[in-house]
Design a protein. Structure first.
Length: 433
């Protein structure tokens, strides 16, 4: 964030050129991800500990080093030694800037002060940008009369850092009454508040595609169902965190399935936050308690259900995976097949789940709550009516507390929260065998 914003300022002021900035950011990003690798290479932590820390980062708003200290995997002295040699993103950018562009170290403070004044940051906000502290800088970019807007924007950026990339920067939030788009991934949360969260591209799909590639580790040449699916799951994760926060304030918010549209216009009072991911523009659309029309005729985005069955159960517990997200199904399939389970089938909605259960009679069902056609609650009710001994683990987004209670009453035995924690998933499902 700092490197992109300050570097852009230096280009605008003709201190460095575009090619120099591109090189600086590349070197900075390559250095930024090496802390865990350094610790493993030097024998300070094991591969297993590094994996556990990375998994906890997916669920907690904490840095690698902070979690390592909490676990007792690193001491503060060891961490400080690693950081000193690695350099913070801010210090690393400044060091590369001085070493490779001819900018004098003595001039850095002056450039920083002019940058701060030009952008209108106070010193605390500038310090937060240097430290990549989203909570400290989000208000400088996403100020509105509705505090929820800033909170949701902050959750999106934290999830960008956790699950996508830290190689992004943002511009200031702007209010809009309409927003034309070429592609849109979108989710509506409703109840005590009506919340709209979307990612859209107005002209180019490059950022859509790149974001999906970073989430899944796959390559795409165009916006496919898999691309929409990955971005939809990203938004779903944000919605879960937002509804969890509101639930702590005794508010009830339900999450609707993700929707996808092309070549239309969102109408109604909302906000756009521009996000430049690796230099490619993707726009975050947010609206709270507004009369919003997203578009007509949502696209039928369904990632093809994998019909492949595990090659013989060989006494392994058989599992039916039910989720409207192809990416989530893939994550669960890969995890479970590597850890002693046999995948007997998959389903992409509640109706398919009921039919598949009656046909396959699995030992365990993992059943997503938020799905089209029939949601997980309806499917659970029909499965339990058909077989009262069915063993079902519900897949929930954080914040779906009322749905969890409904599921318990209907006979669900376990609950697994997205984003998936592999250790917890395996522990819960093994307890059903």
């Amino acid at each position: 964030m700092f490197g992109e914003l300050f570097g852009r300022y230096l280009v605008d002021e003709n201190v460095i050129d575009e090619s120099a900035l591109t090189k600086l950011l590349k070197e900075q990003s390559e250095t930024r991800v090496k802390l865990g690798m350094m610790a493993v290479a030097e024998g300070l932590i094991t591969d297993a500990q590094a994996t556990e820390i990375n998994q906890r980062q997916q669920k907690e708003d904490k840095r690698f080093g902070d979690i390592a200290i909490e676990m007792g995997a690193l001491t503060e002295t060891q961490l400080n030694d690693l950081l000193a040699r690695q350099g913070s993103p801010y210090m690393r950018f400044i060091q590369i800037l001085v070493d490779e562009t001819g900018v004098e170290a003595a001039d850095i403070d002056g450039h920083l002060e002019n940058f701060r004044k030009k952008e209108g940051f106070d010193q605390a906000e500038l310090d937060a940008i240097k430290e990549e502290n989203v909570g400290g800088y989000i208000s400088a970019f996403a100020t509105s009369s509705q505090p929820l807007i800033s909170n949701i924007a902050g959750q999106v950026l934290r999830n960008m850092i956790r699950f996508v990339s830290s190689d992004f920067y943002i511009e200031r939030l702007r209010r809009v009454n309409e927003a034309p788009y070429k592609t849109l991934a979108f989710q509506h949360c409703h109840g005590d508040h009506s919340i709209y969260i979307g990612l859209l591209s107005e002209v180019s799909d490059d950022a859509f595609i790149r974001m999906a590639e970073l989430i899944t580790g796959e390559s795409y040449s165009s916006v496919t169902a898999e691309v929409y699916d990955a971005l939809g799951e990203f938004i779903n994760g944000v919605s879960g965190l937002v509804t969890t926060e509101l639930a702590s304030e005794r508010m009830v918010i339900e999450i609707s399935p993700q929707e996808f549209y092309e070549k239309q216009t969102i109408r109604g009072r909302g906000y756009i936050l521009p996000i430049y991911l690796e230099g490619k523009l993707i726009e975050l659309y947010l609206a709270v308690d507004s009369d919003v029309s997203v578009g007509t005729n949502p696209m039928d985005i369904r990632v093809k259900v994998n019909t492949e069955k595990s090659a013989g159960s060989d006494g392994k517990p058989t599992v039916l995976i039910v989720d409207d997200s192809g990416w989530s199904r893939t994550i669960l399939r890969n995890l479970l097949e590597k850890n002693g389970f046999a995948i007997i089938g998959e389903a992409g909605d509640g109706e398919e789940a009921i039919d598949a259960y009656k046909e396959l009679h699995p030992d365990i069902v993992t059943l997503d709550i938020t799905m089209p056609k029939k949601d997980g609650i309806e499917a659970l009710g029909e499965i339990m009516a058909y077989d009262s001994d069915a063993k079902v683990a519900m897949i929930t987004s954080a914040g779906q507390r009322s749905k969890v209670l409904e599921s318990l009453k209907l006979g669900a035995e376990k609950f697994i929260t997205k984003p998936f924690d592999p250790t917890l998933v395996l522990t819960e499902l093994k307890s059903l065998t």
